[in-house]
Design a binder for this molecule. Sequence first.
Ligand code: ADP
Ligand code: MG
Length: 583
Amino acid sequence: MKSTGKVTGIVSNLVTVLTDGPVSQNEICYIDCEGTKLMAEVIKVNGKSAAVQVFESTRGLKNGNTVEFEDRMLEVSLGPGLLSSSYDGLQNDLTTMTGVFLKRGEYTDPLNHEKLWDFTPIAKPGDKVAAADWLGEVKEGWLPHKIMVPFSFKGEFTVKSIVPAGQYNIDTAVAVLTNAEGEDVNVTMVQKWPVKVAIKGYREKPRPSRIMETGVRVIDTLNPIAEGGTGFIPGPFGCGKTVLQHAIAKQGDAEVIVMAACGERANEVVEIFTEFPELIDPHTGRHLMERTTIICNTSNMPVAAREASVYTAMTICEYYRAMGMKVLLLADSTSRWAQALREMSNRMEELPGADAFPVDLSSIISSFYARAGMVVLNNGQTGSVTFIGTVSPAGGNLKEPVTESTKKAARCFYALEQNRADKKRYPAVNPIDSYSKYLEYPEIREYLSEKVTPGWVEMVEKTKNVIRKGRDAQEQINILGDDGVPMTYHELFWKSELVDFVILQQDAFDAIDSVTPMDRQEYMLRLVLDICDREFKFEDFEQCRNYFKELINILKQMNYSEFHGESFNKFQDQLNNLLSNGK
Ligand code: ADP
Ligand code: MG
């Protein structure tokens, strides 16, 4: 039953409506405004009065205007064609428009209904199926896109018929299923799902047990993220959050990438539209966009659309995970999303929590992060959503509510430091404050010792110790002066500089240095640790400094050259020479 109503009050985008029937929380409605229909979402119901959040400007809206409730929540359309598309938070197609913004009251269809897809059946008549089971497959780019029993289907069905292999559009009924009551239902290639509800339809969700390689050394070597894991990157403006996320998007070991770009200014998200389509996928040599969906919004978009965008992105991720794919979701920056939550809760005149964020900010963030994960599908195959979000705390204050709440929810923490960014030590990840809780999982430690080398986690611990000791030594040198400390302090400091320059610092814009495969990360770390294990006998600190500068120089060049090749061998010879000649 669809209800209707009349506008009784307007405060910016928050509109109160007197309803003539039942409406439910998060239900979608359309408000008539000077002939255009404005989309809105119910955010509070009190008797016959409903508060709705309009997704657009309410300019010209009057008391008494009619409202039609839809009896459905905000949904995303799921089907082939999502990849290589760019949408706003409400899944309006941004690529079919001239600018980044739509006219008020205008909504576009997210999927192409004419395009024909090469369909191959997987299920056959007589098969018993349930929600999320695979019925067939189309090639989306080069990825096998599964056509599934819609996630909203409850109970068991029998496949009555399925179309033969051939070309069909997304609205074709590719399968007819019979439910337990003997009724037939058609399944097309497109289904809808409410964005704020996690997609289920899998057997279990075990703890992550594998690493997702990113090619970024501060992540993979020092604090690896698990496939199906969660991480976050807090950092002040200009410290390299976006560059780091783009590097992970480009290089991460995932099949599908979803980028949720929540920008402060329009130019921050325009960046993604100009840069991303140009990027070449190092795994396939094709355009990265072929396996990417971009969800974008800016601060001048309405608050509800901004709030919805990360959910839309997550829902698309869960859809591809149900096909057994490795999906990577990157959101930049989740602080903009939290700001949208704050704006909404303030307008509702709810009792505010810290810094005027909603009282339940922590639980909203946690339940969002909890949607990531590795799952075992009903057919025994696995799929995963790995999620990394950035946080942009005002003034770099890591004690603010969004950072604190995210810290509780995410298992990896990559803290970008103003100080390192100022010194151009990129990626400016603080090696001591950052962490990966996955390193504590026995299954991850086992995986690393098998996949990389036995004793790897111990090597990583040792590396972090070198950095810590180097920091302490540096402090003493700063206080007491170069000549006021024993030689060993200089040696400790320079050993940590060696780790910093060779392992931590990585040029995101160099073709070779930007992505370091795991075997190379292991090789370089061994070289560096071997040097850190040596005891040198320097006569004075200048000799120590010059010696290490030379070492750093050679090792850095090795990062910039092909792993196996003439120049790499040449640098290795130089290194061996320097080491065997002592100082
Ligand atoms: P944020 O998103 O935190 O505001 P950006 O990601 O836009 O910051 O980075 C700001 C600038 O820092 C970049 O334009 C680039 O010049 C530099 N930078 C950041 N990371 C790297 C890196 N890994 N290698 C080289 N330059 C970097
Ligand atoms: Mg940025």
